[in-house]
Design a protein around this ligand. Structure first.
Ligand code: PGA
Length: 249
């Protein structure tokens, strides 16, 4: 069975005390499966509580939702990779659609953040994806390739970077990409990663955008998908445990 990755993006939900309660319920409902890892991306204030609560479970990991590219300094409201690491994060999302489209994060900034994450010993999960207008104009692969090139193209190392393909039109809309549509973009991403050789294999590519208990198994039956990045459907610990348990590859 191929290993599968289930990433929960809590966005601006679940404070520290709630994170402890959530993870106690989750670990009770979900025992370790050798072929699965579950990653949690709490808001920054809850990273430490989350990391402490699951410290005994090697199959569960915690990450930041975003980091600044500078290691320290006068950046009110931001956290650095090192601060996230000190709080117990092992991973960080970079370039999530909401960072790009709500907060105006640029392609160039995602590149600086990838470098900063690796310097702070956080594994980056780089999010890429096209808007509806770009998809309808047939620009999906060029857009995603541009985002990959900006974030990773300048690298000469072979760092481990996970990619999350999240079409903007599918996030929080209840409208997910079909397994076939997602697979097509995943193939293009995998081809780019292999050809450019700026990240280390295995090339792990997650799909995100309105994944839920009903569609997860069908999406993960598509072998191009190595896992899922889930927002809304990860907020209830028992529902999320059920999704991780039942969505076998
Ligand atoms: P969603 O969010 O599952 O609520 O669509 C996914 C994401 O933004 O990572």
């Amino acid at each position: 069975m191929r290993p599968l990755l289930f990433a929960a993006n809590w966005k601006m939900n679940i404070g520290p005390a709630e994170a402890r309660t959530y993870l106690a319920a989750f670990t009770k409902a979900y025992g370790r499966h050798p072929d699965r890892e579950v990653w949690f991306f709490p808001p920054a204030v809850s990273i430490e509580a989350a990391a402490q609560t699951i410290a005994q479970r090697r199959d569960l990991r915690v990450g930041a939702q975003d980091i600044h590219w500078e290691p320290k300094g006068a950046f009110t409201g931001a956290i650095s990779g090192s601060l996230a690491n000190q709080a117990g994060a092992h991973l960080t999302l970079i370039g999530h659609s909401e960072r790009r489209h709500v907060f105006g994060e640029t392609d160039a900034e995602t590149g600086k953040k990838v470098t900063a994450a690796l310097a702070a010993e956080l594994q980056p999960v780089l999010c890429v994806g096209e808007t509806l207008a770009q998809r309808e104009a047939g620009e999906t692969v060029p857009v995603v390739t541009r985002q990959l090139e900006a974030a990773l193209g300048g690298r000469d190392g072979k760092a481990r970077v996970t990619i999350a393909y999240e079409p903007v039109w599918a996030i929080g809309t209840g409208r997910n990409a079909t397994p076939k549509d997602a697979a097509e973009v995943h193939r293009a991403i995998r081809a780019w990663l292999k050809a450019r050789a700026v990240t280390a294999p295995p090339f792990v590519i997650l799909y995100g955008g309105s994944v839920n208990l009903k569609n997860a198994a069908e999406l993960l039956a598509e072998h191009e998908l190595d896992g899922v990045l889930v927002g809304g459907a990860s907020l209830d610990p028992r529902g999320w445990a059920q999704l991780v348990r039942t969505a076998a590859g």
